[in-house]
Design a protein around this ligand. Structure first.
Ligand code: SAH
Length: 341
């Protein structure tokens, strides 16, 4: 039985056509599922009974079991969900002044092996299906009773290592009759799977791209991000340039500040050299320490110094305000804790 949440409008249309039905019924279905948030197909009033019966044979309206959630004093809420096969995933809801944003997980575990990251301590067991990613947004919105306006694909997993399901997810949450999350309000973050960045550049939705760069040189990046052995920084920058050319969109560069590793004035200057002339926005992120890892967060004055150098050299930059520091907000920490219990 297929989850209805895994079906984009095109797929629903194909399904309806295969039954000899009018394809426009896909719009009706989408409205019922995502606007009225029905939990049974029997709640649908404008589709004839025998078609409903057929749909019920082919699809289920499923959900995710919420195992626990932790609420931070700043309003950030972290959810632990259990999938139908028993695997656990994390989803985070953030309350910003511009609206509610959900951070979704795309894989059970992660194979990218970034040295500083808690997610990678558990190897990837499988990709999430499209419906499991869509359901995270649905469930969080239902449980917290909020309208989600923004989505960041920055939870556990490497989205471009589960490319097709993530693309399908983006189409579904963007649908104007469904969750209607604007493409400009969606950001996909990658550690730098260069081939997929090229592919994503040609994707027809105007969705944002963020790159986890975290180092200005191959020497440093090699030490903390194994993906850098496959795609060197120069190749990554070429792909970023291509994306900007193709889409005319600004790229976010994520840079976590780790004490003594990538936070020196020399690193800041090298980063400016690397990004000079590119339409990018640098997000400096204080490192969230992970007990099992040796890395330490940069000192406040080093962070400010780093920020000032970028500012002076006219790079668009912000020092990210932290959220959820009191609730294991670092990627994979809640899941990891729960699994170790
Ligand atoms: N795999 C994707 C998306 C998931 S990680 C990617 O690499 O972009 C989302 C972001 O959180 C990445 O920039 C990642 O490097 C960063 N991150 C991972 N662990 C962190 C930690 N302990 N503190 C701060 N940022 C962290």
């Amino acid at each position: 039985m297929n989850s209805i949440y895994g079906y984009s409008e095109d797929m629903l249309k194909q399904y309806l056509i295969s039954l000899g039905e009018k394809p426009f019924r896909s719009s009706q279905l989408i409205e019922w599922i995502y606007r009225h948030k029905i939990s049974s197909f029997d709640e649908i009033t404008n589709i004839k009974k025998d078609l409903i019966k057929k749909i019920k044979e082919d699809f289920i309206i499923d959900s995710l079991e919420c195992v626990t959630y932790q609420k931070s004093t700043d309003g950030t809420c972290k959810f632990l969900f259990r999938l139908s096969d028993g695997n656990l995933i994390e989803t985070v809801l953030m309350n910003h002044d511009y609206g509610y944003s959900v951070c979704v997980t795309t894989e059970v575990g992660c194979n990218m092996g970034c040295a500083f990251c808690a997610s990678g301590m558990k190897k990837k067991l499988r990709n999430l299906t499209t419906s499991e990613i869509v359901l995270q947004v649905m469930m969080v919105s239902k449980i917290a009773e909020v309208r989600v306006s923004h989505v960041v694909v920055m939870g556990i997993g490497e989205p471009f290592d589960n490319y097709d399901n993530v693309i399908n997810f983006l189409k579904i949450i963007n649908h104007p009759l469904g969750l209607e999350i604007g493409a400009r309000h969606i950001t996909v973050s990658t550690c730098g799977l260069v081939d997929k960045i090229y592919e994503y550049s040609n994707f027809d939705l105007q969705v944002n791209l963020a790159i986890s760069l975290h180092a200005p040189t191959n020497e440093i990046r090699d030490k903390i991000m194994p993906i850098n052995h496959a795609y060197k920084i120069e190749k990554l920058i070429d792909a970023i340039k291509y994306y900007i050319e193709k889409t005319n969109r600004r790229v976010t560069i994520e840079y976590i500040l780790i004490s003594g590793l990538n936070d020196t004035a020399e690193c800041a200057n090298k980063l400016c050299d690397l990004l000079h002339g590119l339409n990018v926005y640098v997000n400096l992120i204080p490192y969230n320490e992970v007990i099992e890892k040796p890395f330490k967060r940069s000192k406040k004055e080093d962070m400010v110094n780093f920020f000032d150098i970028l500012k002076k050299r006219r790079i668009n930059v912000q020092l990210r305000k932290e959220q959820g520091g009191d609730i294991d907000a670092a990627c994979g920490q809640l899941r990891s804790k729960h699994m170790n219990k």
